[in-house]
Design a protein around this ligand. Structure first.
Ligand SMILES: *Cc1c(COP(=O)(O)O)cnc(C)c1O
Length: 389
C-alpha cells in the first residue's frame, strides 16, 4: 500500500508520527537513521542500486517526501535546499518566455526571483491583486503558463479563494501552484482545492526549530512529479540528507505546535483588536477580517501569523520593537520562538516603495509569528512595547 492510500483517511498527527517509524531493516531502530553516503555499491555494472547517487536520491529525502506527500495528499515531489530553490524548481518547469501570474503581495523572495528572471528575459511576471477576480481574469486572459497563489498572504494575511482561482487558472491553461508555507498542511490542502503543485519553505513551521533552511515542491499528478524530480536532479537543487533527517524530526510535532501557536495567536489577536493604540489587526480568525468566512471555509484554522498597525507611525514601531524583552525582532516565521518584524524595512525591503504601497505594506505595519510561549507573557511583552511608543 502506498503512503498516499494508507494515509488518506488518517489524522494529520498520525501521519506525522508514523511515516518511517520502525522501518530500519539494519538495526530495527524506531527513528529513521541518517544516511549520509553520497553513493552506493553496484552489484554489477547493470544492477543500479536504488540509491545510486545522493544528488538524485537519498533515503532521508525520500522519507521526508513521503511524509509531506501524505500530509498534502500529493503523489510525490522533491525536497530542496531552500524554499527559494523550490520556487526556482517550479519555474524551471516552464518554457522560455512563459507568463507567470503572481500575487501583488507575494512573499518578498518570490517577488525578487520573478523580477530577476524577468530582467534576464526568461519569463514575464505579472503581479495582480488576486482578491480582485476581474483583475485576475484580465491577467489570465492575456495568457498564463503558471498561476502562483499564496493564501493567506504575507504579511497582510489576505485570503484568496483558492478553488476559484485554480479553476480560472486551469481554464487559462496555466499550471497552478500554491505556496502553502504559512497555513501548513495542518490548516490547508491546496491540491484538494484544485492546485497542481504545492510549495513549502520547510525552514518555517514544518521544521519549526529555527535551525536550518529547506524547501519542498509536491504535486498530485505523477507526470508533474517526474518533471520536478528530473529538474531537481539536473539543476542540483536537492536538500541535504542531514537537513531532511532533521526536518522530519521537526515535522513529528508540527500538528501539536500549530494547534498551540494558533490558540495563542487567537488570544493575542483578540487582545490587540481591542487595544486603543492599535489601528488595525490582520488575522483571519477575527470576525472583522474581510475574508473571515472564506478563511473559515477554506482553512481548518486561522493559523499562527498576524500583523497589525499601531498609532505613532514608523517611529512608533521602532520604539515598540525595541522595548520588547521576550519577543525577538527578526525575520522568518513558524518556529517555536515568537518573532516580530517590520515588513517594509525587513522581509519585504526587496520590493520597491511603490510596489510596497500598492500591496498595502505600510511603514507602521508589524508582523508577528506566534511561537510556543504563553499568551499572557506575550501580551505583557506587547504591553511593554505600547508603553514605550
Ligand atoms: C520563507 C518563505 C519562502 C522562502 O523560503 P526559504 O526557505 O527562506 O528559501 C517562500 N515562501 C514563503 C511564504 C516564505 O515564508
Amino acid at each position: 500500500m502506498t503512503d498516499e492510500v494508507k494515509h488518506n483517511k488518517r489524522d494529520i498527527g498520525t501521519i506525522a508520527a508514523s511515516v518511517g517509524v520502525a522501518e530500519d531493516a539494519a538495526h530495527h531502530g524506531i527513528a529513521p537513521p541518517l544516511w549520509t553516503a553520497d553513493t552506493s555499491e553496484w552489484a554489477s555494472p547493470t544492477d543500479k542500486p536504488d540509491y545510486d547517487y545522493s544528488r538524485t536520491v537519498n533515503p532521508n529525502r525520500t522519507l521526508l517526501v513521503r511524509a509531506l506527500a501524505a500530509l498534502e495528499g500529493a503523489q510525490g515531489g522533491v525536497v530542496t535546499n531552500s524554499g527559494q530553490s523550490a520556487a526556482l524548481l517550479a519555474l524551471l518547469l516552464l518554457k522560455q518566455g512563459a507568463r507567470v501570474v503572481a500575487p501583488h503581495d507575494c512573499y518578498g523572495g518570490t517577488y525578487r526571483l520573478l523580477q530577476g528572471m524577468e530582467e534576464r528575459g526568461v519569463l514575464r511576471a505579472v503581479f495582480v491583486d488576486q482578491g480582485d477576480s476581474a483583475a485576475l481574469a484580465a491577467a489570465l486572459a492575456d495568457g498564463a503558463d503558471m498561476l502562483w497563489l499564496e493564501s493567506p498572504s504575507n504579511p497582510l494575511l489576505r485570503i484568496v479563494d483558492i478553488a476559484a482561482c485554480a479553476k480560472a487558472g486551469k481554464q487559462a491553461g496555466a499550471l497552478v501552484l500554491a505556496d502553502n508555507t504559512l497555513p501548513t498542511p495542518c490548516r490547508q490542502k491546496p491540491l484538494a482545492l484544485g492546485c497542481d503543485i504545492v510549495l513549502h519553505s520547510t525552514t518555517k513551521a514544518i521544521n519549526g526549530h529555527n535551525d536550518l533552511f529547506g524547501g519542498a515542491l509536491l504535486a498530485g499528478d505523477p507526470s508533474i512529479v517526474e518533471r520536478i524530480e528530473w529538474w531537481a536532479n539536473a539543476a542540483g537543487l536537492s536538500g541535504s540528507a542531514h537537513d531532511a533527517w532533521q526536518i522530519l524530526r521537526g515535522l513529528r510535532t508540527l500538528p501539536l505546535r500549530v494547534d498551540r501557536q494558533e490558540k495563542t495567536a487567537r488570544a493575542v489577536a483578540a487582545w490587540l483588536a481591542d487595544h486603543e493604540q492599535v489601528l488595525e489587526v490582520h488575522y483571519p480568525g477575527l470576525s472583522s477580517h474581510p475574508d473571515y468566512e472564506l478563511a473559515a471555509r477554506q482553512q481548518s484554522g486561522p493559523g499562527f501569523m498576524l500583523s497589525f498597525r499601531i498609532k505613532g507611525g514608523e517611529a512608533g514601531t521602532r520604539k515598540f520593537v525595541q522595548a520588547l524583552e521576550l519577543v525577538t525582532l527578526a525575520s522568518s516565521l513558524g518556529g517555536f520562538a515568537t518573532l516580530i518584524c517590520t515588513p517594509a524595512s525587513m522581509t519585504h525591503r526587496g520590493m520597491p516603495p511603490e510596489a510596497q504601497a500598492e500591496a498595502g505594506i505600510l511603514p507602521d505595519l508589524l508582523r508577528v509569528s506566534i511561537g510556543l510561549e504563553g499568551a499572557e507573557d506575550l501580551i505583557a511583552d506587547f504591553e511593554r512595547g505600547f508603553a514605550a511608543t
